[in-house]
Design a binder for this molecule. Structure first.
Ligand code: NDP
Length: 691
């Protein structure tokens, strides 16, 4: 922001503050432009310059109050992770002591009184209400049925307004912030408990595995941490799951320790046999597991049938082969001695998964861990809890000793119980950068090893000599597979200026005929986003792209025709004329949003591609192989593709550099991360001592 803009902003803010003072003292009618100008010591013309008329000024002041509450909600939401604590964040921010303060409260009251008469105020109020309802509804949907979530969200919003209004009308004598919040908290707890009992009486849903009846989130005693998993295509509840608390985690670790001793004592060949049988079972149950994965994640069945389960099976087979060939080194130390190294398991390790490839991520972590003789406790993302449990069943049936692979359910708190546990020797996380930092900091307390597979904002560079249809196909694979929810996606597509028009024409033609719809329909190519909350995040980025000046070529909106209205569908979106400083180009969106940028020089594009804190993946399309390898050698990314995008064979190590992660999954490299070396010195001669 330049200085003059900053000054203007400061002056606007001052005038808004003066308006709030005036409203608090004189009410709506007494507040006039001239009066505000007098108080602020400026001319009425200046006030009019900034805000137009009185309605404009009051709408700006109202917006400023509403924005402050929204910022508070957002800040509190960032600090907590369970649905119940999200609801509490809304209550606490809206009924915070500062909203009960005489000055702010009187200004709010003046606005409420005018909402029915002044259109601009009504608009602010409806945005404010809609935002509150959306946050409440999406958290409640994780706890109760969608219908209940709808009505309970409306009740909570009405109670927040009602409690506040009564307090205001009584001159702040009837209730204060603390008692208002206590009232709401009790109301929400009671309603949730009664819904829970009702659902239990009806035997609703499949209880999650190793859920532990008494587990608590800790923040709101009396509210069991029981959450629903939602089908994002329909908004329907798929089943209920209980979060594991400290008691369940301790029990899981003890069982894992017992199992691991037995498992590590088996030969590599015996372990390999179990892993191969599990791979076989995954293949033979592909249809059933792919359907479950599609319901839980919303990914099209045409994807889950060919990627998610099969990639898990490939991974188990690959590491089964390595289990049989794990070896150390012999080191010649001359005639008096030799040395050797043993590759030993770490013991009990933890895996924590993201929601985009739940079963695949569970397999990618379990297979190397188990091949090396470790036991693994795995926590899937709370949005997608089901298929990891199936993997546990399959491994047990394949002959894995009990306790060696266990699934625990829950939110970040459950993850933290794993990262803090002194008897867990390693954590492998797939998740966001912020989560990676938190996990690494927690793991440091007990000096655990960490593998972090984190987010990205990967570049795809298309040179003027590239085979254009292949480049278009690569860009499509790198942006719209799994509805754009792929960590390695190429969301910054740099196209040489000389071919950009032709590239875009072919690209948009293919995007315009993509089939979006029911993930269970084999013809569907693009499903919904994983949750309502995530959909709003993606839509907000699209809006930012527009306001920052990118040119929308296609998509850019939620899809609500027919049955799509029940789910969280966003049209595949392409922005052209993007700049490197735009939010859509800098930040990970994790949705179907492609940003196209133009370049004209090899050096320039390498520098721009590397100008990001992320470093997960990158792609280059060119027919000049010398250039291809030269450019790839300079790209700061852990995984690169030359003339393809987003293919991840198990044989190739996968992982990021810079803020995109630490360590590697897949390939022989993964073995390094699930074993520790023991060095052994063997004497071949007598021992001499100088004493
Ligand atoms: P999150 O980081 O939100 O969550 C990942 C997992 O960590 C979840 O199981 C989550 O639990 C858990 N968790 C959250 N906070 C903590 C904590 N403090 N301690 C321990 N565990 C915690 O990621 P998403 O699930 O939203 O997944 C999307 C992200 O994953 C994107 O950034 C994407 O790029 C990245 N990703 C990276 C991949 C890679 O291989 N590099 C592959 C796939 C995705 P809960 O869900 O219950 O909150």
């Amino acid at each position: 922001m330049d200085l003059s803009h900053e000054l203007e902003e400061t002056r606007r803010c001052q005038l808004i503050e003066v308006t709030i003072d005036s409203l608090a003292e004189l009410g709506y009618v007494g507040t006039t432009l001239a009066q505000i100008a007098g108080r602020a010591g400026v001319s009425s013309g200046l006030v009019a310059h900034y805000f137009g008329d009185k309605d404009g000024l009051l709408a700006a002041a109202f917006r400023s109050l509403a924005r402050r509450v929204s910022d508070q909600v957002r800040m509190r939401l960032r600090q907590v992770s369970t649905p119940r604590s999200h609801i509490q964040a809304v209550i606490d921010a809206n009924l915070a002591p500062e909203e009960f303060d005489q000055r702010t409260g009187s200004a709010w009251l003046a606005f409420w009184g005018q909402v029915l008469h002044v259109k601009s105020l009504r608009r602010v109020q409806s945005v404010y209400q809609r935002r509150m309802l959306t946050t409440l509804r999406s958290s409640l949907r994780r706890l109760v049925s969608p219908d209940q979530a709808q009505s309970l969200a409306a009740m909570i919003a009405a109670m927040i307004d009602g409690v506040w209004l009564r307090a205001a009308l009584s001159g702040w004598r009837e209730a204060d912030s603390a008692s208002a919040r206590a009232l709401l908290t009790e109301f929400v707890d009671q309603r949730l408990e009664s819904e829970r009992l009702k659902a239990e009486a009806q035997g609703a849903g499949a209880e999650g595995h190793r859920s532990g009846g008494g587990s608590r989130g800790g923040e709101h005693a009396g509210v069991p941490e029981r959450f629903a998993s939602i089908n994002p295509a329909t908004g329907e509840v798929l089943g209920y799951v209980k979060a594991a608390g400290p008691a369940e985690i301790n029990a899981a670790v003890r069982a894992a320790q017992r199992g691991q001793q037995q498992w590590a004592a088996m030969t590599g060949a015996e372990r390999a046999r179990v892993l191969r049988r599990a791979a076989q079972a995954l293949r033979s149950r592909n249809q059933e597991l792919a359907e479950l994965e599609s319901r839980d994640t919303g990914k099209p069945i045409q994807e889950t049938l060919v990627v998610d389960v099969i990639s898990g099976a490939d991974c188990l087979e690959y590491f089964a082969a390595l289990a049989q060939s794990l070896s150390g080194e012999h080191i010649d130390l001359g005639p008096q001695a030799f040395g050797y190294t043993r590759r030993e398991p770490l013991g009990v390790v933890a895996g924590i998964g993201a929601w985009n490839y739940p079963l695949q991520i569970a397999c990618w972590k379990a297979a190397p861990a188990l091949a090396c003789g470790n036991a693994m406790i795995f926590k899937p993302a709370e949005l997608t809890p089901f298929t990891a449990v199936k993997l546990e069943e399959i491994l047990l049936e394949a002959g894995l000793p009990p306790g060696v692979f266990q699934v625990v359910q829950g939110f970040a708190q459950t993850g933290r119980l794993l990262t803090h546990h002194p008897d867990i020797r390693k954590v492998s996380l797939t998740g966001e950068v912020a989560t990676g930092k938190a996990v690494m900091a927690d793991a440091a307390q007990t000096l655990k090893n960490v593998t972090l597979e984190l987010g990205g904002k990967s570049p795809l560079i298309i040179f003027e000599d590239a085979k254009l249809d292949n480049a278009v196909a690569g860009a499509l694979l790198g942006n719209f597979y799994s509805t754009g929810q792929v960590c390695s996606n190429a969301t910054r597509v740099f196209v040489h200026a000389s071919i950009k028009a032709e590239f875009l024409e072919r690209l948009v033609k293919r995007v315009s005929v993509m089939r979006i719809g029911d993930p269970m329909d084999p013809a569907t190519q693009v499903g919904p986003l994983v949750s309502e909350q995530h959909m709003h995040k993606v839509l907000k980025y699209i809006e930012r792209g527009r306001t920052e000046g990118a040119r929308l070529l296609i998509g850019g909106h939620r899809l609500t025709t027919g049955n799509l209205a029940r789910g969280y569908f966003v049209a595949p979106t392409v922005f052209d004329e993007c700049r490197d400083d735009m939010a859509i180009v800098r930040e990970e969106i994790f949705g179907p949003v492609m940003s196209v940028l133009s370049f004209s020089d090899e050096r320039e594009v390498i520098e721009r591609a590397n100008a990001t804190p992320f470093g997960l993946a990158a792609g280059v399309f060119t027919n000049d192989l010398t250039r291809g390898h030269r450019v790839i050698a300079e790209l700061q990314a852990g995984t690169c593709w030359l003339n393809h995008y987003n293919v991840t064979p198990i044989e190739l190590p996968f992982g990021g550099v810079k803020m995109s992660g630490l360590g590697r999954e897949n390939g022989r490299a993964a073995i390094e991360h699930y074993t520790q070396l023991k060095s052994v010195y063997v004497a071949l001669a007598d021992v001499e001592a100088p004493y």
